[in-house]
Ligand binder design. Structure first.
Ligand code: SF4
Length: 155
């Protein structure tokens, strides 16, 4: 385990405007129950692309002990935020085709006797339609940066 930079969101200051979401191409942020949440450490590179886009100054970079990635640690933190955050996280893993982590997360929830808010055994499809908004943003940026033409009005 090592210390690394990672974003921190002040839930008191956050008003859920969502301006930070498209500025996190890693898809680490989602609005859940009216607040921006870091849904998974693994997708936060700590570079703070989202920082300057928050009109409330709710996002800052902190340095904390963070596993490179440890699904159990993420889940331990995740369960404090309730079912909707857990569901978003699991769907996020599904949308990024992170089957191994998804299975670890489900095993963790089973160990804790907690509800599993996604269908088990569901096939995961990266960038499936209706999946993680972050995935769509990554696609969008790739299209832009590859010198492609116009953006799709896909929303
Ligand atoms: S931009 Fe700031 S206030 Fe708006 S959702 Fe993100 S963290 Fe919250």
């Amino acid at each position: 385990m090592a210390k690394r930079k990672i974003i921190n969101i002040d839930e008191e200051k956050c008003d859920g405007c969502g301006l930070c979401i498209p500025n996190c191409p890693e898809g680490a942020l989602q609005i859940i129950d009216g607040k921006a949440m870091l849904v998974s450490d693994i997708f936060c590179d700590g570079l703070g692309a989202c920082l300057g886009h928050c009109p409330q100054g709710a996002i800052n970079i902190e340095e904390r002990e963070a596993q490179e990635y440890d699904e159990r640690k993420v889940m331990e933190n995740m369960i404090k935020h309730g079912r909707n955050v857990i569901k978003a996280h699991l769907e996020h893993l599904e949308s990024h085709n992170q089957k191994e982590y998804l299975n670890q997360a489900i095993a963790f929830l089973k160990e804790k006797g907690m509800d599993i808010p996604v269908k088990e055994g569901k096939e995961t499809h990266a960038h499936a339609s209706g999946g993680c908004p972050g995935s769509e943003i990554i696609d969008f940026r790739k299209k832009k940066s590859s010198g492609g033409g116009g953006a799709k009005s896909g929303i």
